[in-house]
Design a protein around this ligand. Structure first.
Ligand SMILES: [Cu+2]
Length: 215
């Protein structure tokens, strides 16, 4: 038990360190592109993390899950809150290593973001890249991801928001949600159990689906 606890603590530290450095990087990259604007704008920033092999239950075993990184901890994604009519800066760190088949290939396309693209940092693996390598080589502006290389999506169908996520990647997006209310968010990569991959995590709130509240 003691060693498990230590390993868990180390994992949390790695996740938090990774999140912080990527956040700084994103701030720089996006700050530079918008520096010509002189108006001050409220930005709501949120970081989410996809962890893999989280124990679902004894019969299912490990499943991937989305978490919200808040107050220094990974919290449930069953309810996610976003302010309406505010620029939302959402970073999603995906530690999952492999792709999953898409329910429909259109989920490989980015939609609902400012400019219709997302920034993809194509290695969340802490492999000792220096900052200049990261910025010049690994940051990509993408309007879609190769459909065979999507690990998960963060999708709010009713609000036309679709963010495809590559394996072992960090994705940075900016968007507005201009309609208050409660909406379902869902992953549309078939990453769950069963013949269609739509069981377990895919149908359980706080794993690969949940509610988004726009207030
Ligand atoms: Cu998924």
């Amino acid at each position: 038990m003691v060693s498990e606890k230590i390993i868990y603590s180390i994992l949390v530290v790695i996740i938090l360190a990774g999140g912080a450095s990527v956040g700084l990087l994103a701030g720089n990259a996006i700050g530079h592109t918008s520096s010509s604007s002189s108006t001050t704008q409220n930005i709501y920033s949120l970081t989410m993390v996809v962890q893999t092999d989280v124990q679902f239950n004894a019969s299912v075993g490990g499943q991937p899950a989305f978490y919200v990184l808040q107050n220094g901890t990974l919290e449930s994604s069953a309810m996610i809150y976003f302010p309406a009519n505010t620029l939302i800066d959402l970073t999603i760190i995906d530690y999952d290593t492999g792709p999953a088949p898409l329910e429909n290939n259109s989920y490989a396309n980015v939609s609902g973001t400012v400019g219709g693209f997302e920034y993809v940092f194509n290695s969340t693996d802490p492999a000792g890249l220096n900052q200049s390598q990261v910025v010049t080589t690994y940051f990509q502006k993408a309007t879609s991801i190769n459909a065979s290389n999507v690990a998960h999506t963060f999708t709010i169908p009713q609000l036309n928001l679709n963010l495809p996520l590559q394996p072992i990647s960090t994705t940075i997006t900016q968007f507005y949600l201009n309609q208050t209310g409660s909406y379902t968010w869902q992953c549309f990569a078939e990453c769950g159990t069963g013949p269609l991959g739509q069981g377990a995590s895919m149908e359980t709130a706080g794993w690969m689906t949940g509610t988004v509240v726009v207030y």
